[in-house]
Design a protein. Structure first.
Length: 322
């Protein structure tokens, strides 16, 4: 009876408003080969992770899986708690973040971002095999050369650039500038001045040419922030350079014969950096898996271990001196 009560608490709360769905192609995707739902699902997890896992498991495919959206539906937990829980669920083998390259209407190429979910915990080898099968399934065969006449004066325009031209410019600023300006409203730790936005605008504009929109750019910059940010403009500049999505071309160069084009990549669950499955064990990149490993070591010289007591004694004598 106690298990039934716990299981009912894990279900998505009943509400007059349906849970928000992601844009077509985005959101939750159920992994294959899962066992049917049971009352004791996720009982091995800590309470917070158990509650959030039970909530996610009840969501339909295509439901929004961003941290901010989940936190709005889970009143007991804030965005930081939800983000930490998703990281723990990734380590436990319940989810992986992936990005897929798809071609839409009119030949427009864009990245879609999905969260693969399995109520059955899987190890890294299983997730790696699933990603390998997905990469093989979506590999592009060697293209047949087709010559399309193009007017000499016509400059090639990629689909993402056409989308930007249709996007209205608010207040005389570009979409990249507007996205940077709203960072402070999403998270006060990244509040930027007008001068900061102008300096970073070219870096942010490069993201738009690679198939992302303003919402994705903002979420990528505010995800996983440290507790204290000494230099918002420096942190945003580093993230704009380090986390930029791969280049997507409207007219890609044909690959070498027999070389498949990878259209599926795994993402770090915490920071979103893309990579191969074998480079992201537990769904995490190395900096997120080993916090502090990427920070520069201090160059200050410390006294040898055998001289520590003498060193402290000297400091005490200096403090006692008039």
């Amino acid at each position: 009876m106690a298990i039934q009560q716990t299981s009912s608490a894990l279900r998505a709360p009943a509400s007059s408003r349906p849970y928000p769905m992601a844009s077509p192609g985005y959101g939750k995707r159920s992994a294959p080969d899962q066992h049917p739902r049971r009352a004791d699902d996720f009982m091995v997890l800590p309470l917070r992770e158990r509650n959030i896992a039970g909530f996610i498991d009840q969501l339909p495919d295509g439901a929004a899986m961003d941290v901010k959206g989940l936190a709005k539906q889970l009143p007991l937990y804030g965005q930081q708690a939800v983000g930490s829980a998703l990281k723990a669920l990734s380590v436990a083998g319940y989810l992986r973040r992936v990005r897929c390259l798809v071609t839409g209407e009119g030949g427009q190429v864009r990245w879609v971002f999905r969260t693969l979910w399995s109520r059955t915990a899987r190890d890294n080898e299983w997730w790696g095999a699933l990603m390998a099968a997905e990469v093989q399934r979506t590999a592009v065969p060697e293209p047949v050369a087709v010559v399309t006449p193009v007017a000499p004066a016509a400059a090639p325009v990629v689909p993402e650039q056409r989308a930007q031209e249709r996007e209205p410019v608010v207040g005389g600023h570009s979409p990249a500038y507007a996205a940077l300006a709203q960072l402070g409203r999403v998270d006060a730790r990244l509040a930027l001045s007008a001068a900061d936005c102008a300096v970073l605008e070219p870096l942010a504009a490069e993201w738009f040419t690679r198939g992302v929109d303003a919402d994705y750019l903002v979420q990528a910059l505010v995800a996983g922030l440290p507790a204290g940010v000494d230099s918002p403009v420096g942190l945003v500049r580093r993230r704009l350079r380090d986390k930029i999505p791969p280049q997507v071309s409207a007219a890609p160069v044909p690959p070498a014969p027999g070389t498949p084009v990878r259209r599926v990549m795994m993402e770090c669950t915490k920071c979103g950096v893309p990579g191969r499955a074998e480079a992201l064990p537990d769904g995490l990149c190395r900096p997120c898996r080993e916090p502090g490993q990427g920070e520069p070591e201090s160059t200050a010289e410390l006294p040898a271990e055998r001289d520590v007591r003498a060193y402290v004694a000297e400091l005490r004598d200096l403090l006692k001196a008039p």
